[in-house]
Design a protein around this ligand. Structure first.
Ligand SMILES: [Zn+2]
Length: 418
């Protein structure tokens, strides 16, 4: 038995102690029975682990080569560059880069990742490497895999067959990229095929949907309608939906009512889409994000993801979800004082809902003792200070723990320096 004491638990004002046995939370409250080991959390904010609900682990660290140079900084040139880069990818190289990407995320407090893996590859090299890693690391990081046709379900010959193969091999979700198909009708066909495959193989859905500034790109309408008819809205996600940020209000308000009905999830990718979108705009220049604020305020589930770690689409990215949150709440203007108290939801609970892992996620009796210790004592201070993760606990054990920052020479602004 381990007892964690003096915990300041996010969205739980009752309990300050957590009693853990065999990695599972046995009791929460105050003045709990003593245990063999007692760990003092010193009133630090304790949050459930960060969820990166949208990442591309097969692309990580491929952004530096000459083949990867994306001169226009657009999504479409990124896809063209990846087409060249992946030709030289070996299984060993892919697996080693993915492992490094996972380590970088976990080192910053992520314990749950949904990764898209490109299946437009006759050898399915990236998928094979990812399936091995998902199994090897499952005790310490939960990974979901999306079978993702990066070069188009119809624009890439044989993509549908490769997607089916990937789903049979163990991918968890069906992906899609309708705005990239060569005609709007092909995009619509791809949305139908995504839903058909999800039903056939009993998988979740996560579509790269309308990742463009073109307000006429409205594939989200068909996706939402189909998952609502099949009653699988909660198991389905529309990622990006950047065009919804450019859509006119009459369409947007009609759709938001339908999104509420379907219960479909949304994911915004703040840093990447702020970087990639608006490239054909002069000024005013669009922000690239979907209607995050309106979704959130209307009870439509929306989470944030990292999307890229140094790949042909986006040169930066390091798995720091606090940085993603910071960018997301600024770009979407979700920073009223009450919102700042709960906006950590974008990178925790909302992502868990999207991943359909709510039965195992959260700091509650009966669930695995998985949580983070942040270097702040309130949610507001955590966001204001962009608080560092001091420790990540998985199954009641430390994945890592670091000391609070200390100084060799402490600041004294009155010290004589001149
Ligand atoms: Zn993506």
């Amino acid at each position: 038995m381990i007892k964690f004491i003096n915990a300041n638990i996010y969205r739980n004002s009752e309990a300050t102690e957590i009693l853990v046995k065999d990695g599972v939370i046995q009791q929460m409250g105050t003045d709990l029975p003593s245990a063999d080991e007692e760990i003092d959390l010193k009133d630090r904010l304790i949050v459930p682990p960060y969820v990166d609900s949208h990442l591309h682990l097969d692309y990580v660290y491929t952004g530096g080569g000459a083949d990867a140079k994306n001169a226009s900084g657009t999504l479409f040139e990124g896809i063209a560059r990846w087409h060249d880069v992946k030709k030289t990818q070996s299984f060993a190289d892919a697996k080693q880069r993915m492992l490094k990407g996972i380590q970088e995320e976990v080192s910053k407090g992520v314990q749950y990742i949904r990764t898209h893996i490109d299946v437009c590859d006759p050898d399915l090299t990236g998928l094979k490497a990812m399936l091995e890693l998902r199994e090897e690391l499952k005790d310490n990081v939960t990974i979901q895999i999306v079978a993702f046709p990066q070069e188009g379900m119809y624009a890439y010959k044989g993509a549908v067959e490769l997607m089916e193969e990937a789903l049979k091999m163990g991918a968890d979700c069906v992906g899609g990229i309708p705005h990239f198909e060569w005609a709007y009708e092909f995009g619509q066909d791809s949305v139908r095929k995504t839903v058909e495959l999800a039903l056939k193989y009993d998988k979740l859905i996560d579509v790269h949907c309308d990742e463009t500034d073109d307000p006429q790109s409205r594939h989200v309408q068909l996706l939402n309608a189909l998952v609502m008819i099949e009653d699988i809205g909660a198991r389905s996600t529309a990622s990006h939906t950047c065009s919804f940020g450019s859509a006119d209000d009459a369409y947007a308000f009609r759709m938001m009512g339908l999104f509420e009905q379907s219960g479909m999830n949304f994911i915004a990718l703040p840093t990447e889409n702020a970087y990639l979108q608006g490239r054909q705009d002069t000024y005013p220049k669009r922000r690239g994000l979907t209607r995050v604020k309106e979704f959130w305020e209307n009870g439509i589930n929306i989470s944030f993801g990292q999307d890229s770690i140094n790949d042909p689409w986006y040169p930066a990215g390091n798995g720091n979800m606090m940085n993603i949150l910071d960018n997301g709440i600024h770009l979407s203007q979700t920073m009223s004082l009450p919102q700042l108290d709960v906006c950590l939801d974008f990178i925790t609970f909302n992502g868990a809902k999207t991943l359909n892992i709510e039965d195992q996620y959260g700091i509650e009796v009966g669930k695995a003792a998985n949580f983070l210790v942040l270097n702040a004592d309130t949610p507001f201070e955590a966001v204001r200070q962009r608080a560092d993760v001091l420790a990540s606990v998985r199954n009641g054990k430390y994945l890592f723990k670091k000391p609070e920052p200390s100084y060799e020479i402490e600041l004294d602004v009155f010290r004589a320096t001149k």
